[in-house]
Design a protein around this ligand. Structure first.
Ligand code: UD1
Ligand code: CA
Length: 454
């Protein structure tokens, strides 16, 4: 049997009160619809069919080419939305799994159970239900005296008695494909001007076709998102899920409640994460690192045995054993070689600090290359911008830059050169040469006791 998947994502999500289509609101850093696609993909050999409408172009841009798109031009309800997928699936799929793009916490396992239940019961339709105290505006599952599902009633149309029902329609359905395509065009038009997918249940029952319900025991899985309050609840649930996964794979979190890790982040074993840490985007962190407290790392690659302490690291690379902080900022294009050290109040942008470079105190290094083992004294600044253009600074291996040095780029300081404190370097300084002054002048070769030591 070939299973087709339809994911509904055409609604605006009016209750979000947002210009952004609801399914693009991010959860743990990713548009929520991507979770539904990811959960369903392992179940099908066909690309999932995504029904788009409101903000279709934006949704396409965010999701990419891994799904088949069909457009629902007017949002005439969930039943009408599924019908738009018919040309994409009819004749290709013998059964169809339908889910909504606003339920990002659903797992593949649960979807599989719904598909399985329909097959075993040879039912026209299987649906997922959840028993929960907070009905969240969900449709209620009405059962007969024999316990069989009779129909779904939407909250707005429910009687007081029906509203008291605590078994809710989660919004996941597996259907026999032929039956689905035959009956979708026959859904009644509701007074709201919509065709409800949920009315299929009553139709199947009327035809004496079997309907089967799978009850999930985990209400967080079916946290559908209709409002920003729901979004925050789902975010918290997703955060707990992500943090648990990393703890189970060997990462220590001092306080998981204040540790925010986006979905695509990767972390090595025996790394310890301290509170108030935010790991974002495509960040990768190696083993045995100490990260945080009060740290933000975004789209960066951190090697093994690194430390990032109360700092911000964006678009940067830190090789094994390097460390940053407290209160420093690595900006895009920064690269710290193995064992390099950036201490307090440092900023590095579009610059490579070679292995073992020390830059301990309030310095700015931008558009630069610093050779292995060089020492950048307190308050050193690469003056990389002349008001119009950016220029590069090259510092040779094991060079010693005295405190308070201004390096006016473009400029090159040679290997093992020594620059005296307070210099303004406006011209290239050769290897193993001592220079100082304003502007800095060459004073002869470096002597034995100059330039080593911190
Ligand atoms: C729906 C169910 C309800 C269930 C709940 C679970 C119906 C009629 N009701 O209600 O029984 O308890 O989900 O979350 O199905 N969409 C379209 N085109 C449309 C309308 C909706 O693509 O014309 C999409 C939306 O983008 C959304 C999904 O379908 O992703 C669900 O729509 P929504 O309006 O959120 O339905 P609910 O009121 O939550
Ligand atoms: Ca919904």
């Amino acid at each position: 049997m070939t299973l087709g998947v339809v994911i509904l994502a055409a609604g605006q999500g009016t209750r979000m009160k947002s210009a952004l289509p609801k399914v693009l609101h991010p959860l743990a850093g990713r548009p929520m619809v991507l979770y539904s696609i990811e959960a369903a993909r392992p179940l099908t050999s066909l690309p999932p069919v995504l029904v788009v409408g409101y903000g279709a172009e934006e949704v396409r841009r965010a999701v990419g080419e891994e799904v088949t798109y069909v457009e629902q031009r007017e949002q005439l309800g969930t039943g009408h939305a599924v019908l738009q997928a018919r040309p994409a699936l009819e004749g290709k799929a013998s059964e169809v799994l339908i889910l909504y793009g606003d339920m990002p916490l659903l797992t593949t396992e649960t979807l599989r159970q719904v598909v399985q239940a329909r097959r075993e019961a040879e039912a026209a339709l299987a649906l997922l239900t959840v028993v929960a105290e907070d009905p969240r505006g969900f449709g209620r599952v009405v059962r007969g005296s024999d316990g069989n599902v009779l129909r779904i009633v939407e909250e707005a149309d429910a009687t007081e008695e029906e509203r008291a029902i605590r078994e809710l329609n989660a919004g996941v359905y597996a259907c026999d494909a032929a039956w689905l395509w035959d009956h979708l065009p026959r859904l009644p038009l509701r007074p709201k001007g919509e065709y409800y997918l949920t009315d299929l249940v009553e139709i199947a029952v009327r035809e004496e076709r079997r309907v089967t319900a799978v009850a999930t025991s985990d209400p967080t899985e079916v946290l559908g998102i209709n409002t920003r309050v729901h979004l925050a609840e789902a975010e918290a649930a997703m955060r707990r899920r992500i943090n648990r996964r990393w703890m189970e794979s060997g990462v220590t979190m001092i306080d998981p409640e204040t540790t925010y890790i986006e979905a695509d982040v990767v972390i090595g074993t025996d790394t310890v994460i301290w509170p108030n840490t935010i790991l974002r985007g495509r960040t990768q962190i190696g083993a045995r690192c100490r990260i945080g407290p009060s740290t933000v790392i975004e789209d960066s690659v951190i090697g093994n045995d690194c430390r990032v302490f109360a700092s911000v690291v964006e678009g940067a690379i830190m090789e094994d054993g390097s460390d940053v902080g407290p209160f420093s900022h690595l900006r895009p294009g920064a690269r710290l070689g193995a064992g390099a050290h950036v201490g307090n109040f440092g900023e590095v942008k579009n610059a490579v600090l070679g292995p073992g470079v020390k830059m301990g105190h309030f310095s700015y290094v931008g558009d630069a290359e610093v050779g292995a083992g060089a020492n950048i004294g307190a308050g050193t600044v690469t003056c990389n911008f002349d008001g119009r253009r950016k220029h590069r600074t090259i510092i040779g291996e094991e060079a010693f830059i005295g405190s308070g040095t201004m390096l006016v780029a473009p400029v090159r300081v040679g290997r093992r050169a020594v620059i005296g404190a307070g210099s303004v370097v406006t011209r290239d300084i050769p290897d193993e040469t001592l220079a100082y002054g304003v502007p800095a002048r060459e004073r002869g070769p470096v002597k034995e006791d100059e330039g080593d030591g911190p």
